[in-house]
Design a binder for this molecule. Sequence first.
Ligand SMILES: CC(C)(COP(=O)(O)OP(=O)(O)OC[C@H]1O[C@@H](n2cnc3c(N)ncnc32)[C@H](O)[C@@H]1OP(=O)(O)O)[C@@H](O)C(=O)NCCC(=O)NCCS
Length: 180
Amino acid sequence: MARTRPIEPPAAPLTDGAVTLRPRRESDLDAIAAASRDPEIRRWLDDEPMDEQARRTSLARAEEAWRSGTAAPLTIADAVTDEPVGLINLQFRGDAEASVAYGVFPQRRGRGVAPRAVRLLAGWALADLALEQVILETDERNIASIRVAEKCGFHRVGTRVEATGDGAPQTLVVFALGGR
Ligand SMILES: CC(C)(COP(=O)(O)OP(=O)(O)OC[C@H]1O[C@@H](n2cnc3c(N)ncnc32)[C@H](O)[C@@H]1OP(=O)(O)O)[C@@H](O)C(=O)NCCC(=O)NCCS
């Protein structure tokens, strides 16, 4: 469910001095396409590998997500070099709640990039968009992602089981930050 209110990207890029969250750019697309074929990204995120058609429409789809209030897709960039190091997105569930999803490019993992990005985006959503809570759902076997939730101060709400394309049910751990 999209927001009923329009959504604008942050007036200035969100940064903590180590990573910056900014709108996606044409120059990010080679790295995004390569990451879309990474086995860990394939395993834990729903996205398909980026083909030529998806690449051509990628920036327009991101802009449309902002415009329609369905999602807030951003690039995680190195704050010093501006190189893309990962992706993060908020998917809105109406005006009060959104779920956060993220991926860090393989060579950049293990250095705290995702926790920094999630803290920045969740902080912006709760303070500037006045959301009541940010949800983070991750497969119960995705230890790295569960660590991200814990490091960002999310509290565990419970679990839910979801059907997947290949028929095997998937158990997701549900975390929340904010809270009503
Ligand atoms: C989950 C993910 C985003 C974490 O990003 P990150 O920037 O590496 O996060 P951190 O540096 O805080 O590391 C988190 C955990 O990853 C694991 N880790 C550490 N080094 C690692 C490495 N080089 N490679 C992979 N995982 C590593 C550890 O369990 C670490 O927890 P710890 O700090 O308690 O030891 C990243 O592994 C990723 O992109 N995975 C594939 C996509 C995915 O799972 N997205 C989340 C879907 S809900």
